[in-house]
Design a protein around this ligand. Sequence first.
Ligand SMILES: [Zn+2]
Length: 109
Amino acid sequence: MLLLECPYCGVAGEETEFHGGGEAHLKRHGPESSDADFEGYLFHRENPKGVHLERWRHVNGCGKWFHAARCTRTLEVFGTYTAQCSEPPQEIRDKISAKRPGWTWREFS
Ligand SMILES: [Zn+2]
């Protein structure tokens, strides 16, 4: 069971309280970008067996989008943070690095 806490209203609940929205921190490319960049934005996702940064929405609560750092293998949640953050907060990155030495995810580690 996946347990998440909404960083806006502080409600903690099972994943049925929330709705997953895919990978977080995608770099958006518009129609003026190269074909390769646009294809990557539309179709390429990380899909790791391990730490993943995801978007979630508190559908049965405040309705806001937020980000979560969790392990896809163990379902351990390292933390949640607001959708306005352009990268995971340092405290969450430190928590991940302490439990998964050598962890990297795109430009984050
Ligand atoms: Zn909420």
